[in-house]
Design a protein around this ligand. Structure first.
Ligand code: FNR
Length: 364
């Protein structure tokens, strides 16, 4: 059911526009401001070249990666994306089924348009149907103005079998979002009062409003750490000093991210900030990153600089829009196949074998 001319993530991206309303397309694609950060996310990968080793035998080669005590088929997870039903009526259900089929972990957003329980149940029934174990599911938390409501979300995620909590900290003051299509909403938050992510209208006073007053701090992280036994990852920081403090607070992993260039324009790419974070954390916790990952060689570059895994964001929406579940499965298959081919062509048998010695700055 997948057209033959869809061979890369770029093909899906080009095709997706025709399957989305103009507003949804912009909402998914756009970066904030003049998109300086959005461009950095691709530029950082494109400025790096790869240095192969000659005549390396590949018997026993594998992309398998251990993260938080679990084996992942490849160093790749689905990034948390709000409202996936914008792109396809099955939304998160299609994504989690595709992820299960491809043994890929998925991070489910607080702002998912299918309830976190239904997403977990769909993963389990798909795994049973295919006679395999479920791939790891992590729950992405946006802190709510009331701690009690954040805790309710965490308890629900624990009960539903999510294996980690990902606290996103870089979008508390996100500018205006889109008008959601009829029938698409943040169902996980149904019944809760106005959530703190709610956008501040452009050009209006922010400081002194409930939105700014509710912005989370380090005490909220410490509180969350005390209140769940699940592994806790922090998503949306870029500085080594912040990462070191987060490790001191007991986080189990860090996801370097600038939110796909969607929040503060002018941030550098996660890839460019990785060395600073590695220096500051010295391998104490796994480091993941996202922003601009679009081909297998991007994964290799992130790993060579010291990341344990990467997340892929917008390509989920592109593949969903074009072909639903089979599209997302195909997108993941493409990335996996590209990663394997590139590792083989480089002469590197496992992701763990990569290091900065495999990279060279390109003249561009
Ligand atoms: C996001 N992102 C995001 N992050 C998060 O923690 N919670 C969320 O609900 C969302 N929602 C969301 C919606 C859309 C449409 C996009 C494009 C992004 C950020 C996302 O997890 C990730 O950091 C970026 O998308 C990574 O960049 P790429 O792969 O899109 O370039």
């Amino acid at each position: 059911s997948i057209p033959e001319d869809l061979r890369t993530l770029a093909d899906y991206e080009a095709r997706a526009k025709a399957h989305l309303t103009a507003e949804a397309w912009l909402h998914i694609q756009q970066g904030s401001g003049r998109e300086i950060t959005l461009r950095q996310n691709r530029g950082a990968f494109d400025r790096l070249g790869l240095l192969p080793r000659a005549l390396v035998k590949l018997k026993g080669a594998s992309t398998a990666t251990d993260l938080l005590g679990r084996r992942h088929a490849a160093p790749l997870l689905l990034a948390p994306l709000a409202y996936q039903r914008i792109a396809h009526s099955e939304g998160e259900l299609a994504c989690v089924r595709a992820a299960t089929a491809l043994d890929t972990g998925m991070i489910v957003s607080t702002l998912a348009s299918i309830s976190l329980e239904e997403v977990a149940a769909a993963a389990r029934s798909m795994a049973a149907e295919l006679g395999k174990a479920t791939a790891p599911l992590w729950f992405q938390l946006y802190l709510q103005p009331e701690r009690e409501h954040s805790l309710q979300l965490v308890r629900r995620a624990e009960a539903a079998g999510y294996e980690a909590i990902v606290l996103t900290i870089d979008a508390a003051l996100k500018p205006t979002g889109m008008t959601l299509p009829k029938g698409v909403s943040a169902v996980n938050l149904a019944g809760l009062p106005q959530a703190r992510h709610t956008a501040a209208p452009g050009g209006q006073v922010l400081f002194g409003t409930p939105l700014a007053d509710a912005a989370p701090g380090w005490d909220d992280l410490a509180w969350l750490r005390r209140n769940t036994r699940l592994p806790l990852l922090l998503k949306g920081l870029l500085l080594g000093a912040d990462a070191a403090r987060a490790v001191d607070e007991g986080v189990d992993g860090i996801i370097l991210s600038n939110h796909g260039g969607r929040v503060l324009d002018g941030l550098p790419s996660a890839l460019d900030m990785l060395p600073d974070v590695i220096d500051a954390t010295r391998g104490e916790v796994p480091l993941l990153l996202d922003g601009g990952v679009r081909q297998g060689t991007d994964i290799i570059k992130a790993l060579a600089l010291g990341a344990q895994a990467v997340l892929v964001g917008r390509p989920q929406m592109h593949a969903l829009a074009v072909a639903g579940l089979p599209g997302v499965a195909h997108m993941l298959q493409i990335l996996r196949a590209e990663l394997e081919a590139a590792l083989g062509q480089l002469g590197c048998r496992t992701p763990g074998g990569l290091s900065p010695d495999w990279l060279i700055a390109l003249n561009r």
